[in-house]
Design a binder for this molecule. Structure first.
Ligand SMILES: [Zn+2]
Length: 242
């Protein structure tokens, strides 16, 4: 038996027996880990509320034969309540957790950048300074970029011809010049592409000033782009009210 300690975001929990839970964590240094939290469903549990989805925790575990076992939990970011009790935040946050799990497919493979993006995204979502839909789209674009699928919103994704270009093709990797533009490419409004570029680079002043219809169009492009790369639909995206 060996003990280790790490920071983690709680991605998901499910019941195990009468009083226990299996908790899926995205940790800073150990990648995605599934662990048992014993006795957390008893009312007198020491750390029940700390191992809920969206929580950022400092956790101590020991390595078990099949699943690791959680022995200590301290709260770093108490995002659970504030996200779970607000519907727009909840649907955006759920899509973030689900995407993080999909982008860290192999358990215990370190994914520091994905952890930092998710922890930062949940903190922003809980803080309530920005529209939850924008927080979600910024997170999705950046986590896709970290996973190696950075979309282009200016230069042609195929030949590199300097943009901006009118065409946008998910399968090509984003903006496409007239020569590379495949049949069926979208033609989003230039301001929509500006918004997505702002979200990718973290330019919140520009993103917050965007129009509602550009946000809606941008969200559609991000969802299409994400689904293309994940190859199967992230279910919770359908719940997000656009
Ligand atoms: Zn081109």
């Amino acid at each position: 038996m060996s003990l280790y300690r790490d920071e983690a975001v709680v991605l998901r929990t499910h019941k195990l027996g009468e009083a226990d839970r299996i908790v899926t964590l995205l940790t800073r240094s150990h990648g995605r880990v599934r662990a048992v939290a014993k006795g957390v469903r008893r009312t007198r549990s020491r750390f029940g509320a700390r191992v809920e989805p969206f929580m950022l925790i400092d956790v101590q575990l020991y390595t078990g034969r099949t699943l690791d076992v959680i022995t200590q939990v301290e709260t770093i970011g108490a995002y659970g309540q504030v996200i779970a009790t607000d519907y727009p935040r909840y649907t955006a946050g759920t899509a973030m957790l689900e995407t993080a799990e999909r982008l860290t497919e192999t358990e215990r493979e370190p994914a520091v950048q994905q952890f930092l993006l998710l922890a930062g995204g949940l903190r922003t979502l809980a803080g309530g300074e920005h529209d939850p839909g924008l927080v979600l789209d910024a997170y999705l674009l950046r986590s896709l970029a970290v996973a190696g699928y950075a979309p282009s919103f200016t230069d042609c994704a195929r030949c590199g011809a300097p943009g901006p270009h009118r065409g946008f093709a998910v399968a090509a990797g984003g903006s496409v010049c007239p020569a590379c533009r495949p049949p069926g490419a979208a033609a989003p409004h230039p301001h929509t592409l500006d918004l997505l570029a702002a979200l990718l680079t973290g330019d919140w002043a520009a993103a917050d000033a965007s129009e509602e219809r550009r946000r809606r169009e941008g969200s559609g492009l991000v969802a299409a782009y994400l689904q293309w790369h994940l190859e199967r639909q992230v279910r919770s995206l359908r719940l997000v009210e656009r």
